[in-house]
Structure formats: structure tokens, C-alpha cells
Design a protein around this ligand. Structure first.
Ligand code: ZN
Length: 71
């Protein structure tokens, strides 16, 4: 079942995503994140950390650690 956008009332069959930076008000650390938007009116319907960025960062950091351990 497809839901409706709470702002424009159109059915949302797909989402538009945009890459954004996410940070805390109390920390300089920045994370890559995405917003999920209504394809009709571009209202932000959700936001989350970027799962592809998390995966690639994890692989890169794990490979670097393994390489460091093998020295
Ligand atoms: Zn909408």
C-alpha cells in the first residue's frame, strides 16, 4: 500500500533523495546523510545517515586496519 504525502496529498510511489551533511550542534564531526523527498512537492518526508557511505567507509576503514595489522 502506498502512502500519501502529508503536505500535497499525492500518492508517493517513489522518493527523491538528496545527499546532505549531518552534524551535531555540540560536535564538529560531520556525517554523510540523505533526505527522502516527495517527488511532487519536494517536502522532506524522512532523513537518515547515508547507508552507501556507511558501507564504503566501513570497508575502507576495515581494509586499512587489516593492512596495518599485517605489517
Ligand atoms: Zn508532496
Amino acid at each position: 500500500m502506498t502512502g500519501r504525502c502529508p503536505k500535497c496529498g499525492q500518492f508517493v510511489y517513489r522518493l527523491i533523495y538528496h545527499s546532505v551533511d549531518a552534524s551535531s550542534l555540540t560536535s564538529p564531526v560531520t556525517w554523510r546523510a540523505i533526505t527522502l523527498q516527495c517527488p511532487h512537492c519536494y517536502t522532506v518526508l524522512g532523513a537518515q545517515l547515508d547507508p552507501i557511505a556507511i558501507k564504503s567507509d566501513t570497508v575502507r576503514e576495515t581494509a586499512a586496519e587489516v593492512k596495518r595489522q599485517l605489517r
